[in-house]
Design a protein around this ligand. Sequence first.
Ligand code: FAD
Length: 317
Amino acid sequence: MPDVLVLVDHDGERVNKTTYELLAAARRLGDPAAVVVGPPGTAARLRESLARYGATSVHAAEFAQAADFLVTPAVDALELAVSETSPAAVLVPATTDGREVAARLAARLDAGLLIDAVDLDSSGVVTQIVFGGSYTVRSQVTHGTPVITVRPGAFEPEELPGGAAEWTLVPPAVDPTTSARITDRRTVLAGDRPGLTEAAVVVSGGRGVGGAHGFEVVEELADAFGGAVGASRAAVDAGYYPHQFQVGQTGKSVSPQLYVALGISGAIQHLAGMQTSKTIVAVNKDPEAPILDLADYGVVGDLFAVTPQLTQEVAAR
Ligand code: FAD
């Protein structure tokens, strides 16, 4: 079986769930080979959990300043791993960084790039949902090693007890004179909530929430579920909630088990980022709101009257 390289998304201590999903996707094409980029010791910490979710090998590209650079170390490590293993494909999470890594890698390899895959079959045919969800497209790379970004939540992680990953050290090759470096770091609020793209439940607020203060009801419901908070672009543009929580075409793509839309009309650009959620619940005071056409469960009413009752109900369980 050929290797399938998977770029590992991690925080230094633990592997993000998206990576486990990518390992499951990779198994459809070959043997998943995890590529870990980070300071020395990172891969050793992550190796066991990577093996448990199907990685048959781990390529560790480690150097002391790894966290100081943006995407270049990952692109370098993947390029090197491709030249050494001739993989069937490279899978990268469709996150903000992942998209940039994938585009740069495909350009360096002169290879085809497919973005935002929601499915993948054993012959390498990728399913994408495009134009804000209007079309489902199936495509296949015909030139070079396919580079594929995979939408978080699109695949179910598969735990494989007894797995053991082989270990390879890849020499890092970052050129500090040509690589973007992080000079200032700001911690963004996320609290104890799970990451937006890996949460099983996402509760999002829109312009209907009415202001930053109004997001408290959104946060309370998210916390009752142990979920993440999202926001529509209108809410973000109005300054109600920070941009990193935006869901949609120009924000994050999410596919949780449950997506709750509070005061969100359901513009096509918002749907593009959440319509593959397994179950969708919407609360909107307008019975004509398009989100209610997509929702599995719709409540027509004032979100400030409905949401606290929902929160109370969920918290009581
Ligand atoms: P609105 O459309 O104003 O809807 C607010 C809703 O709240 C209404 O349906 C109203 O009935 C309801 N409401 C009001 N008060 C209450 C209440 N008390 N209780 C219950 N319901 C209430 N949008 C995104 O979200 N993500 C994107 O990534 C994105 N990218 C875009 C990219 C481009 C190129 C463009 C052109 C647009 C993009 N948009 C995106 C914007 C998108 O078109 C919409 O403008 C936006 O999604 C609307 O956000 P909203 O639903 O919160 O606001």
